[in-house]
Design a protein around this ligand. Sequence first.
Ligand code: GLN
Length: 205
Amino acid sequence: MSTPVIGVLALQGDVREHLVALAEADALARPVRRAEELAEVDALVIPGGESTTMSKLALLFGVMDPLRERVAAGMPVYGTCAGMIMLADKILDGREDQESVGGIDMTVRRNAFGRQNESFESGIAFKGLDDAPVHGVFIRAPWVEAVGAGVEVLAELPGADGPESRIVAVRQGNLLATSFHPELTGDHRVHAYFVKMVEEHLAAE
Ligand code: GLN
């Protein structure tokens, strides 16, 4: 089987860290800015950054609609933090004109963890990566407030201000999203999990 080619949406955000993490997870990684570049990759990572800016630039660069088309056609996509927001069908506390690519039947709240918890780190039990907790780095992170029936919850975090759990990782079909940033930790198991999703998708085509 040939090595999957995975793009990183390079409009804004922590692109370089994802390129490194994907390479370490044995994928061929390259930045994607334009529709022609998107057409050449098997899968895509949408990085962390600022989802309102990313949304604006995606519209400006003409990649929003091509992206939506690839997602609808089944391309695997992994979104971290701002990238998770980009994959959400519904955004709370977004900017009024903010658009998402969508694809995951979930409602995501931006900057959800509140002031004291704007940035924090936590060990997270991640379904499917059972050997050790994943080290979660959260930076003004969103949480997932609601999911549809087709969405699998992969990780939850105890609530910042109460016993309520918050969903911080999900998968729906070929789409994967985490509130946190595995690309910043040197632990590339979540990227490897995504690369495996891509390989399975390509094998089934
Ligand atoms: N708060 C950012 C947003 O709304 C996300 C932060 C991040 O990606 N680290 O897009």
